[in-house]
Design a protein around this ligand. Structure first.
Ligand code: SF4
Length: 251
């Protein structure tokens, strides 16, 4: 065993998650973009965004806000269309909104969202540079698993968002997102850690997809091993994009 390599990996992993308090309060962390559907745009997002794509995403967000295609539409406080940069190189896709997201109408804003923010920062990126969405745009009651009929009703919104943004890489967070986008029944343990291909439609080149643990799962199972696995997955994403792997990423 290469002890130096093991120590280096451990230090990298610690830096990756340093500063994140498991007992921390839910709430906003910087940087924050506007949501694509509503709210104040930020300068950072504007700089990178493509106005035509942003307008198309806005249209989808408005449709989502009006949507009643499945029963979740009548149970939500707010729909959560997704938010971020219309020219994002990376799209993070989770399963569906939780209580905090339902209350605010924005994706990944609770404790799992804070951890995702740290992951993004650790990668040397800003939240305003990526796009964050979910398979379902409305919260399932009690955060239960998405039902097949709900996924079938809602997935076209995400598919259209992917077609518009044309990310280079999709990061599927958790089993539901990975299985849905890859049309497989494999476990997240089988899927994570390697690139797969997401097919956006006829005539479109496949998009690389990296599956990894959902940050909510990571919070519940906050072991060194799980954190290291997510970090290793994100390093592969950075390498694939030709981006540097930060050495002091999340201090
Ligand atoms: S979950 Fe999706 S399909 Fe169902 S009501 Fe909400 S936006 Fe519409």
């Amino acid at each position: 065993m290469d002890v130096t390599k093991v120590i280096k990996q451990h230090l990298e992993m610690e830096q990756f998650f340093s500063g994140f308090s498991l007992k921390g309060k839910a709430g906003a962390t910087e940087p924050r973009p506007s949501k694509t559907g509503r709210g104040e745009p930020q300068q950072q997002e504007d700089k990178m965004a493509d106005p035509e794509k942003a307008a198309e995403l806005e249209k989808i967000a408005e449709e989502v806000h009006q949507c009643r295609k499945c029963s979740l539409g009548s149970l939500r406080t707010n729909a959560v269309p997704g938010e971020g940069n219309s020219n994002a190189r990376i799209m993070f896709v989770g399963e569906g909104p939780g209580a905090d997201e339902d209350a605010q109408g924005r994706p990944f804003v609770g404790r799992a969202g804070q951890l995702l923010d740290r992951v993004i920062v650790a990668m040397g990126l800003k939240r305003s540079e990526v796009f964050i969405g979910n398979i379902l745009k409305c919260r399932p009651p009690e955060n239960r698993d998405p039902r097949a009929d709900e996924i079938i009703s809602c997935l076209p919104y995400l598919q259209r968002q992917i077609e518009i943004i044309e990310p280079e890489i999709i990061v599927a967070l958790g089993a539901h997102a990975a299985r849905t986008l890859l049309n497989t029944t494999k476990s997240i343990g089988q899927l994570r850690g390697q690139f797969h291909e997401y097919y956006a439609g006829l005539g479109r080149p496949p998009i690389k997809l990296m599956a990894t643990y959902h940050t909510a799962y990571l919070l519940r199972n906050y072991s060194q091993e799980n954190r290291r696995r997510v970090w290793e997955d994100m390093k592969k994403v950075l390498t694939e994009l030709g981006l540097p792997i930060p050495e002091h990423s999340a201090g």
